[in-house]
Design a protein around this ligand. Structure first.
Ligand code: TXA
Ligand code: MG
Length: 362
């Protein structure tokens, strides 16, 4: 398949430059487009074979449901069978924006789109390109992140090209996305409502609007229970090399990472570190990358997936990462990082003196 790439320039009339993309969607094709969270892979959500095309392009398991993107609140009524008061309040507070709601589905939505479920995920993105494209494409666009299954979600059009060239009809290059991690998902079909995927809209922000919100307790642990969002069970966002998170006091973390790096070097491996700007100077790996300031979670979210892809490109075998706060937006960052690492975490509690190091090697 020949994939057409179009680039949005400042001052473009979006309705004009996106007309062809809208026509492709209406004709049943697949178009990748920027949203404020990550790039999405869009197709008409109400056509039964669209989901299959998306799954095929992504190599995605068919039980993994898609989010339907809308551009006007009232369109929610066409795809859901019940809109509770809480959904209206959440929409008022966070739409358009990085928030997805799970609601009972209407008969108009094919089971192919919902992965066989009786519920449907709905989001209204705030990115102007996404909004205009949804409108021109018929109003109901199913869109997972535009990566091949198992790769980090794309935050630049170049990432989409790497994964999707030749597999879809069009890629719209709208520059870097704003947020960098996927939307928060809240399930409103249960009481209390439950966050199934943490994102930049945090539990406490949601609680301010609708009261008590629960969290899927499988999100930051790995206890064998299946998460309620089917997609969360897969080892997403996996880098090519092995990723290990090291947590603890900053000095201990630096010391431990450097020690692991020396061991990996001795074994002939290429090493990398994902560090905060505050701690970067202390590392001795082959490739050391700053994910941002520890005090700026938005910066960290914005850099994380790009950095994971860069380590792939540079063929780094072993990557060590600092851990980040597991509160607020930090919870979303840690959730993605833990998944990328397959939950491999080293917790350092004490300094290993030089004399002990030799012995611990044996
Ligand atoms: O920020 C985002 O949400 C991006 C952009 C493109 O909008 N999209 C995205 O889609 O992250 P995707 O397909 O990569 O992730 C959708 C997640 C999956 O974990 C899926 O299992 C879950 O949403 N999901 C979708 N429908 C669901 C449903 N009815 N019940 C529970 N989970 C659902
Ligand atoms: Mg995804």
């Amino acid at each position: 398949m020949n994939t057409k790439i179009i680039t949005i320039k400042e001052g473009d009339c979006l309705k004009e430059v996106l007309r062809e993309a809208g026509d492709i969607l209406k004709a049943g094709g697949v178009v990748a487009f920027p949203t404020e969270t990550v790039y999405g892979l869009g197709a008409d959500a109400l056509k039964t074979d669209s989901a299959n095309k998306i799954y095929e392009a992504k190599d995605r398991p068919a039980d993994n449901p898609l989010i339907i993107h809308i551009s006007r609140f009232e369109d929610i009524y066409a795809i859901t069978s019940q809109v509770p008061e809480s959904a209206k309040r959440i929409a008022e507070a966070f739409w358009p924006g990085p928030l997805t709601m799970i609601l009972p589905k209407a008969a108009t939505v094919p089971h192919e789109t919902t992965g066989g479920l009786e519920t449907v995920a709905v989001r209204m993105p705030s990115h102007p390109v996404a909004q205009t494209l949804i409108e021109l494409g018929g109003g109901f666009i199913a869109a997972p992140s535009a990566n091949r299954s198992g790769r980090p979600s794309p935050t630049l059009a170049k990432h989409v090209t790497e994964d999707m060239l030749g597999r879809i009809d069009m890629i719209i290059d709208g520059g870097a996305v704003g947020i960098g991690i996927e939307s928060t998902i809240i399930d409103l079909t249960i009481n209390p409502p439950q966050v199934l995927r943490p994102g930049s809209v945090t539990v406490s922000m949601l609680e301010e609007v609708i009261g008590k919100v629960a969290e899927d307790n499988t999100l930051l642990t790995e206890d064998g229970q299946a998460p309620r969002a089917p997609g969360m069970k897969y080892r997403h966002y996996a880098p090519w090399g092995e990723l290990i998170i090291v947590q603890g006091e900053p000095d201990l973390v630096t010391e431990r990472i450097n020690r692991e790096v020396s061991k990996a070097h001795a074994a002939g491996e290429k090493t990398g570190v994902i560090g905060s700007s505050q701690m970067l100077a202390g590392y001795r790996a082959d490739v050391v990358k700053s994910v941002g300031s520890r005090e700026d979670e938005e910066e960290i979210a914005g850099n994380l997936y790009r950095i994971l892809r860069e380590f792939d490109e540079e063929k780094v075998n072993r990557i060590y990462s600092e851990a980040f706060e597991s509160q607020g937006m930090g919870q979303a960052i840690m959730n993605r990082l833990l998944k990328a690492a397959g939950h491999k975490v080293i917790t350092v509690t004490e300094f290993v003196p030089e004399s002990e190091k030799e012995r611990s090697k044996e």
